[in-house]
Design a protein around this ligand. Structure first.
Ligand code: ADP
Ligand code: MG
Length: 686
């Protein structure tokens, strides 16, 4: 059955006709490409504006050359002086891949003149001038250097995504700008007491941005526009709304594959699970196609996919083959994929959202939701990079009209716990900071309460020594609290191992819902009666034994056999090294271990997870200790069919019901000392 579409009248997405390539003076092919980018024409004007203004707002279509070129222009024009240029990215994959690209354009190896810094991974040296950083890493640098004195230019890229970290930077940069540039204005370039030889410059960049709003925030900063090269994209909407977007995407893909001329397909889906499901179905149907039909090659693309697999999307398509990329919104703006002629847009994405409870407790969760108009336009635009394209929207035109214009900033919908702690370290209170959009008071109170419960703040909302130590770890405050508690219990080795696994960007235990019995069998030998945390630890230990004695391919096979994600292990090993270094800084002996580790380790986890704990009720359900939510144990947990008196868990996921994932059983006595504070604590004093 086919999905019926109406072509949208006047569906052309704007822009200038494609201008022929400019004549190049350079022989280096990458230099030629640089010169042909749309932004190259505006280079001189751009450099002039940046030179003349503290803050510049730059708007330009995806692919026009903002992210790769602007830092190089600034460097080449000498605008950075002795300082460095930071380019922030909301996603780590973008930071590392852009650094590689720009290093190649500069004919240097990455980590020298051009480097990157993301959580738990860094490639830069003393002479690095252009540094692609995740926004979170720049926030961390602020904590140790509150005026960012090493940088003379900070480029806030993809600012429209309005991540919590970017908003944090937007606010703090405004204050830093006032401090640094005033000093430079009044005391001359090199004599300021802050010993900053260059004033600070800020460039805010995006493809779709409420530029006026940014301009107003930064004292009417000038707005520049780069004209992109965009070909017309014909947009189709479904006639009726689709109930199953994965199934609709499958059918639409084959409609294109059978009916339409060659050209690669990009399908936007909300998350990894949907990508895996669709990947399997397309593979299955593609095998049944007649041999003379074009082949299909599938490339999944999501943030936690190993980088080597992500790189496949950039490879050129073999002859007689149609490439089909299944991507999350990671492919919406930050990366450029060649060859796409058809886009299928499910209209869905995953969004982090904080669920706030009446008593001030809450948690972050990922929810699938409708995209915004600006996402829909971006997604469609991906089909018109190299020639005219087509976008098939799996939703009606009415649904498109009803979409919100752009996404709500994270500061209005995510947990503020880590940010409030970081601000406290900078001597600031959330309510005093001038944010572009102020956070919701309920979320702010929730964050204060969490930090108080974790012992990071005292009754008068003052940062404690423990709180300051927690902020030295580049992980969520509750995980830092778990590590710091091990100091009392002498079990740092085990605690750090487990926290490293939990801090990895991908999950260790692969979960395929229709193979759960086979998976349980395969992993039986790691199973620990206390639950998932120790089961993870057992698997990690076995992996390290295998890694010490077996070849790479045997290690891989071993991971596959036990449905374990090897990438989580390799990432955790790196994270562990860094956490151990930080432990030294806070005077915690990471070598501490003992023979009877179960109880002390679970005590440490309870100290961090007390807001994520639940008690067994007489009717067999589990009720949260703080918050009245009834939770079930996730079917993929080792404890899923057990009834234990009390549990702690890493996260709650919603799929029809609230499921606790990453669960361990703890004695009730661990939790009985903790009462949900309703009337005392720092929050009511506001
Ligand atoms: P923008 O930030 O405006 O979206 P970019 O600076 O990221 O644009 O990219 C500009 C152009 O550089 C892209 O259209 C693409 O042609 C090229 N490019 C960028 N990154 C890569 C890469 N990793 N590999 C190949 N080409 C790339
Ligand atoms: Mg960009």
């Amino acid at each position: 059955m086919s999905v019926p579409y109406t072509p949208r009248k006047k569906a052309r997405i704007h822009f200038e006709p494609n201008e022929g390539p400019k004549k190049s003076k350079s022989t280096n092919p990458l230099q030629k490409q640089r010169e042909q980018l749309p932004i190259a024409k505006g280079k001189d004007a751009l450099v002039r504006e940046i030179r003349d203004n503290d803050v510049t707002i730059l708007l330009g279509e995806t692919g026009s050359g903002k992210t790769t070129q602007v830092p190089q222009y600034i460097l080449e024009a000498g605008l950075a002086g002795d300082g460095m240029i930071a380019v922030t990215q909301p996603r780590r994959v973008a930071a590392t891949s852009l650094a590689a690209r720009v290093a190649a354009e500069q004919s240097v190896t990455v980590g020298g003149l051009v480097g990157y810094s993301v959580r738990f991974d860094e490639a830069c040296q003393a002479h690095t001038k252009i540094k692609y950083v995740s926004d979170g890493m720049l926030v961390r640098e602020l904590l140790s250097d509150p005026i960012l004195s090493r940088y003379s230019v900070v480029i806030l890229d993809e600012a429209h995504e309005r991540t919590l970290r970017t908003d944090f930077l937007i606010a703090n940069l405004k204050t830093i700008l006032a401090k640094r540039n005033q000093v430079n204005d009044s005391k001359g370039k090199t004599k300021g007491p802050l010993s900053v030889s260059n004033p600070l410059k800020i460039v805010v960049m995006s493809a779709t941005l409420d530029a006026e709003k940014f301009s107003r925030f930064y004292n009417n900063a000038p707005i520049l526009y780069v004209k992109g090269r965009q070909h017309p994209v014909q947009i189709f909407h479904t006639v009726v709304s689709q109930t199953n977007y994965v199934d609709s995407a499958l059918r639409t893909f084959f409609q294109i594959h059978v009916d339409k001329p060659p050209g690669d397909v990009l399908i936007f889906l909300p998350g990894q699970e949907d990508i895996e499901t669709l990947d399997k179905s397309i593979k299955m149907y593609a095998q049944r196609l007649p041999i003379e039909r074009m082949q299909v090659t599938l490339c999944p693309m999501y943030a936690s996919l190993p980088p080597s697999k992500q790189a496949r999307i950039f490879a050129s398509t073999p002859p007689h083959t149609r490439k089909c990329i299944l991507a999350t919104n990671i492919a919406e703006t930050s990366i450029t994929i060649p060859g796409i002629k058809y886009v299928i847009d499910t209209g869905k994405c995953k969004e982090k959202r904080y669920i706030s409870k009446d008593n001030g407790c809450g948690f972050d969760t990922l929810l699938t939701r409708d995209i915004t108009k600006s996402s829909a336009m971006q997604r469609a635009g991906r089909a018109g990079r190299e020639g005219p394209g087509f976008c098939f929207r799996l939703y009606t035109e009415e649904a498109f009209k009803d979409m919100a214009i752009s996404a709500e900033p994270e500061i209005r919908r995510c947990s503020l716990t880590q940010s409030v702690l970081q601000l406290k370290c900078l001597g600031q209170d959330l309510e005093e900071v001038e944010f572009m959009d102020p956070p919701d008071i309920v979320y702010a109170m929730s964050a204060l309460k969490s930090l108080w419960l974790l012992g990071a703040l005292d009754n008068s909302k003052t940062l404690t020594t423990l709180g300051r130590q927690m902020a030295t770890f580049p992980i969520e405050p509750y995980l830092a609290r778990i590590i710091l508690t091990s100091k009392t219990h002498g079990c740092a080795v085990e605690v750090i191992d487990i926290v490293s696994l939990l801090s990895s960007s991908s999950k260790l235990f692969l979960d395929v819902s229709d193979q759960r019995d086979a998976i349980t069998d395969a992993r039986r030998k790691f199973r620990h009666p206390s639950g998932d945390h120790f089961t993870m630890l057992n698997a990690f230990r076995s992996y390290q034994e295998i890694a010490a004695s077996e070849s790479k391919s045997e290690r891989k096979a071993w991971c596959r056999k036990h449905y374990l994600n090897e990438r989580t292990f390799t990432e955790a090993l790196k994270i562990r090294d860094q956490l151990r270094v930080i432990c030294r800084r806070v005077d915690l002996d990471w070598r501490a271990s003992r023979s009877d580790i179960e109880e002390p380790v679970l005590r440490c986890f309870t100290a961090g997870l007390m807001q994520q704990s639940a008690m067994l009720q007489p009717d067999g359900s589990y009720k949260q200790l703080m918050g009245q939510l009834v939770v079930k144990i996730h079917p993929a947990s080792t404890l899923c069919d057990k009834k234990v008196p009390a549990i702690i868990f890493d996260e709650l996921v919603y799929t029809g019901h609230a499921y606790a994932r990453g669960v361990s059983s703890v004695p009730r006595s661990f939790l009985s000392g903790i009462t949900p504070p309703m009337t005392n604590g720092p929050v009511t004093s506001r």
